[in-house]
Design a protein around this ligand. Structure first.
Ligand code: HEM
Ligand code: CU
Length: 491
């Protein structure tokens, strides 16, 4: 028995490291977010060069850190069903940290500031804003980080294939086709993990190719390549990878709500079909980033638009509906874990609405380069995906230690909700005022929403500090208590 417990402890240790690193980076990046808004609001004197460095580190850091934490969530639950390699998960974490250090040095010591999309040929052609060293540190840092994640998903794919036979079976295609009974369907965790494995191996391969091509171009500018191809690869990487965060984090919704309510979250046929649809759509709709590129084949753009409406919807609808059903009359105990998880469903639903509006070509022509866009993705990233991650952190703390939730945690819950609503709301208002996104300097008539957003950002960051403090209290408490092999505290 004690071997089981120590094995479980060391697995939890790894997950805890993912979440600690992720949580602290997200918090640090919020500070840069607030500084950017203060500069845009005219309240802080920041040189444009510094603004773009902050924009670059904020975008890269947020997506990377949220992906790492979400990968920790996925790994934690997936390893209950299949045998994952602890070594590979450790290697991923190590490569992540190395990559992050390189990116930080590239941005802050060598003034690299292409934004996290590093769109070719910007890394090499910066009008002397930065040099070769900064670009190489950033691009190699991203490549190393990407290779870590690629190994991680190759391992999850290997483990799923080993246990279930194929990735198609991981998505439950044999159940969809009727070859297998619904009751033998793979669990929701397996289905979501298979989806993420498929889309992220694709995304990271595209990313590695375009990073390497950029690196060669930076070293030897005589080597050039098709900018349209580069943009396609870049967004195939960036769109899919950023999207995958919520599809990993949603595993926490399935597992935690089912544990709190003592009801299984069954993967029935509609559930499986929804996940298969989102797998396919996620892979192809990055073309909504190309709506301004008139040289793209028209059918691709139309497909990008039409499928963008449909992209997240199947999984979102099936999950939101499932969450309501599983909680209904279940006598669920509300605490920080279940509360944040439920909040995340709200954030996801609300965040998708402005995204769908923006995916319409007519609206997109007016809105796409405005702050409307950060408006929608901050809502669904921060109030959707990140709330799932923080909910999981509270869940883990409760399951794995005696640490108690306090009144501060409840206040932080409220502060976080209001903070993100205020922040995203301020971005949406800016968008409606036609304020362009990614502009270091604003006209006076654009400044008020930016300053309001900065205040909301401070509230958000303070609230997240409370979440992180709770997690750290758990870290210092967990080593003092004996673990029971199967905790019953939540049921
Ligand atoms: C206190 C919380 C936050 C604040 C104050 C904040 C602020 C900002 C600001 C001012 C921008 C630039 C807007 C512009 O284009 O003018 C931005 C962009 C961005 N933020 Fe945040 N943010 C916060 C939280 C988050 C979170 C939680 C995530 C994701 C997990 C995130 C991901 C991003 C991304 C991906 C960009 C785009 C960067 C780019 O355009 O290259 N942010 N944020
Ligand atoms: Cu996209």
């Amino acid at each position: 028995m004690s071997a089981v417990i120590s094995e479980k402890k060391s697995r939890n240790n790894l997950v805890v490291s993912y979440l600690t690193v992720g949580g602290i980076i997200i918090l640090a990046m919020m500070v840069f977010g607030v500084l950017m808004l203060l500069a845009q609001g005219g309240s802080l004197n920041l040189s444009p060069a510094a603004f773009y460095q902050f924009l670059t580190i904020h975008g890269t850091g947020m997506v990377g850190a949220a992906a790492l934490a979400a990968a920790g969530v996925m790994w934690y639950f997936l390893s209950k069903y299949v045998e994952l390699s602890k070594k590979i998960a450790q290697v991923n974490l190590a490569l992540f940290l190395i990559g992050v250090v390189m990116v930080i040095i590239g941005v802050f010591s060598f003034e690299y500031a292409s934004a996290w999309t590093f769109l070719y040929p910007l890394p090499a052609i910066s009008a002397n804003a930065w040099g070769v060293t900064g670009a190489l540190l950033y691009l190699f840092g991203m490549l190393i980080l990407g290779i870590g994640f690629l190994l991680f998903y190759l391992d999850t794919g290997r483990a799923i294939i080993k246990k279930y036979g194929s990735l198609a079976k991981g998505l439950g295609w044999d159940v969809i086709s009727g070859k297998k009974a619904e009751k033998d369907a793979p669990s929701s965790t397996i289905v979501a993990s298979t989806m993420v494995t498929i889309v992220n191996i694709t995304a990271l391969t595209a990313g590695a190719i375009v990073l390497i091509m950029n690196i060669i171009n930076v070293i030897n500018p005589a080597f050039t390549f098709d900018p349209l191809l580069a943009k396609n690869l870049t967004f195939a990487f960036g769109h899919i990878f950023a999207n995958s965060i919520i599809y990993m984090a949603v595993i926490a919704v399935y597992e935690i709500l089912s544990k709190y309510t003592n009801r299984p979250w069954k993967a029935n046929k509609p559930f499986l079909i929804a996940w298969t649809m989102s797998t396919a759509f996620t892979l192809v709709i990055y073309t909504h980033h190309m709506l301004m590129d008139s040289v793209m084949p028209k059918w691709m753009l139309i497909m990008g638009q039409v499928l963008s409406y449909a992209n997240g919807l199947p999984v979102l609808v099936i999950t939101a509906y499932g969450a309501l059903m599983i909680v209904y009359k279940s006598g669920i105990k509300w605490d920080m874990g279940s509360g944040l998880i439920f909040l995340s469903m709200f954030g996801w639903v609300v965040g998708v609405v402005p995204a769908i509006v923006d995916a319409t070509i007519v609206v997109n022509h007016v809105m796409h380069n405005t702050k409307w866009v950060p408006g929608h993705f901050h809502m669904y990233m921060a109030l959707g995906a990140c709330a799932m991650i923080f909910g999981f952190m509270y869940y883990l703390a409760k399951e794995d230690s005696n640490v108690e939730e306090q009144i501060f945690d409840k206040i932080a819950f409220l502060g976080y909700t209001l903070g993100i609503l205020g922040l995203s709301g301020s971005f949406l208002v800016s968008g409606a005022l036609s304020t362009p996104r990614r502009w270091a300097t604003h006209f006076p008539e654009w400044m008020a929403p930016a300053n309001f957003g900065a205040a909301a950002g401070v509230l958000t960051a303070l609230s997240l500090t409370m979440f992180v403090v709770h997690f750290i209290r758990y870290l210092s408490n967990r080593n003092k208590v004996e673990m029971s092999p199967e905790s019953k505290k939540l049921a």
